[in-house]
Design a protein around this ligand. Structure first.
Ligand code: GLC
Length: 560
């Protein structure tokens, strides 16, 4: 059996959200040349691959996840020459590129959709169009084919009066779901992958790829929002295998974004025997602060639940030959240190950021660092809804008030849950636009950029940045982290998560305190005679008795 640990266990991926990474032409929006300018920084950090979010032609209703032309560069992000230059330069820096393929849907500005709207039957069959009632009108379209809810709020169906049909959009109404049951659609998408593969990229990230296969019959969901009918849908594995085989990417590094998925499905998505993808993002660990599973209802993170989720995914994926993408953060999530820890003082901010990094970087899988995470960037201190840009945040600010919340309460929820929390410009230096642009950035810069920034941190051996650089180095030098088995350990406090990694006679124990209190973590003797491998407090020694941890402390011990 092919072994992902051998090929991917020593790699680290860095995610670039192009729009917010680095502006090179002074329009306030990040671009491809901005990435090229920062390759030295990325090489110095030590990452192997860059996942670059979509930079293809797009009306930007969902910041590029609404693609209107899969083979052309959106002018605001640069030109194809800029891409080719980035690709050459990245290679010279020893860094591979992974491109983001948004194949569940296209923008409604895509030529395929425009032809469909014009009534061309070939292109109508590219999407999920369903006839409306014969007497439907623009004013009175009647009921949509199902009661499913769009991920961005409202119905998942949009009525088109000129066709007297509805089309499915699991996301914004300008993002129409493709019909993967149509072999012509699948062939088109294979061609797109081949196009970028021929340009020499190292791999791909596939956006919400476990939603591509829709059920044969449209039915209402009386228990939920519809997701149980299309998540990990009926033909998803077959379609993925075909895409991978036909585009010839089985040996490339690939990751699928798997919405509301299961371990069993992710084993199939990632175990090399099935020839689907190299690894999968799953999100259950990022819902432990959703009250009753609702993203728009706040609760404190449930650490025992977080521990159970990590345990199940780490242990069961390992047992069944699957491979996890390890991450806390991306362009859709709030900053994890603001979310899971305490960023209110410089000390607690640094410890929280380092605790979180260590907790996942020593797990089994391939770690992803989202831009700015290595600096300990936090959620912004925005004061009004006008400072937010994201379609989902704006929609939910309204929806929460329609549901009866006050404007203040709705704002508080949005400010904690907004995707814009992580979309603020990368903090390169202490100048007013944080070195991101020479003009006005498309979204505001958090005020803490005066201290939390790359210029200050790269030069400081005790910074969060240097700590992350150390974690990446550690992965590259320790086979037990790359390939070792993983087992979760019994803990003495609800606030603690602990696991061990083993390879041959080497053993590593990692213990993380997710609270602001001193706690008992592991029973007496659990780390006896171990040598300290990672610590985020200065005065850490070997420990024979019970292991106690201070606020947001993490320790890893090794036995060889
Ligand atoms: C994924 C992307 C997100 C986007 C959505 C629709 O979840 O990460 O940013 O809005 O898919 O494409």
């Amino acid at each position: 059996m092919a072994n992902r640990a051998r090929t991917l266990g020593n790699k680290v991926v860095y995610q670039i959200y192009v729009r917010s990474f680095q502006d090179s032409d002074g329009d306030g929006i990040g671009d491809l040349r901005g990435i090229t300018h920062r390759l030295d920084y990325l090489e110095h950090l030590g990452v192997d691959y860059l996942w670059i979010t979509p930079f293809f032609v797009s009306p930007q209703n969902d910041n590029g996840y609404d693609v209107a032309d899969y083979r052309a560069v959106e002018p605001m992000f640069g030109t194809m020459d800029d891409f080719d230059e980035l690709s050459r330069e990245a290679e010279a820096h020893g860094i591979g590129l992974m491109l983001d393929m948004v194949f569940n849907h296209t923008s409604t500005s895509h030529e395929w959709f425009r032809r469909a709207l014009a009534g061309d039957p070939r292109y109508l069959a590219y999407y999920k169009f369903v006839d409306a009632a014969p007497d439907a009108t623009a004013e009175n379209p009647g009921v949509p084919p199902t009661n499913w809810v769009s991920k961005f709020g409202g119905s998942a169906w949009e009525y088109v009066p000129s066709l007297n049909k509805w089309y499915l959009h699991l996301f914004d109404k300008s993002q129409a779901d493709l019909d993967w049951d149509n072999p012509e659609v699948r062939a088109e998408l294979v061609d797109v992958v081949r196009f970028w593969k021929a340009k020499g990229v190292s791999g791909f990230r596939f956006d919400v790829v476990n939603l591509i296969s829709k059920p044969a019959v449209w039915e209402d969901d009386h228990e939920g929002d519809g997701r149980r009918f299309y998540t990990d849908g009926p033909h998803v594995h077959e379609y993925l295998q075909e895409l991978v085989r036909e585009s010839g990417i089985d040996d490339m590094v690939t990751v699928g974004e798997m919405s509301s998925t299961s371990i069993d499905n992710c084993v199939r998505y990632t175990n090399p025997d099935f020839h689907e993808l190299s690894m999968a993002f799953s999100f259950h660990h990022l819902k432990v602060d959703y009250l009753n599973g609702d993203k728009w209802a706040l609760k404190d993170p449930d650490i025992p639940e977080l521990r159970a989720i990590f345990r199940d995914w780490q242990e069961q994926m390992t047992e069944q030959g699957g491979w996890n993408a390890l991450f806390w953060s991306n362009h859709d999530q709030p900053r994890p240190n603001s979310r899971f820890g305490d960023v209110s003082t410089p000390d607690s901010w640094r410890r929280t950021s380092e605790l979180l990094g260590t907790c996942i970087h020593l797990m089994r899988g391939t770690p992803y660092i989202y831009q700015g995470e290595e600096l300990g960037m936090t959620n912004p201190d925005f004061r009004s809804i006008d400072e937010y840009r994201d379609v989902e945040s704006k929609n939910y600010y309204e929806i929460l008030q329609e549901e009866g919340k006050s404007a203040e309460e709705a704002f508080r929820i949005v400010s904690e849950r907004s995707r814009d929390d992580s979309r603020t410009p990368v903090q390169w230096d202490a100048t007013p636009t944080a070195g991101f642009t020479t003009s006005t950035p498309w979204i505001g810069v958090p005020s803490n950029h005066v201290t939390v920034n790359a210029e200050a941190e790269v030069a400081d051996p005790s910074s969060v940045w240097s700590f992350y650089q150390g974690l990446i180095r550690l992965r590259k030098t320790e086979p037990v982290i790359q390939e070792g088995d993983v087992r979760f350990l019994p803990v003495l406090s609800d606030a603690v998560i602990a696991y061990e990694r083993t390879l041959g006679s080497t053993r590593v124990v990692v213990a993380c305190n997710f609270s602001g209190d001193d706690v008992a973590a592991l029973a007496a003797g659990a780390v006896a005679d171990g040598e300290v491998l990672v610590a985020n407090y200065a005065d850490v020694a070997a420990e024979r008795g019970e292991l106690r941890l201070r606020p947001y402390e993490v320790r890893a011990y090794v036995w060889r």
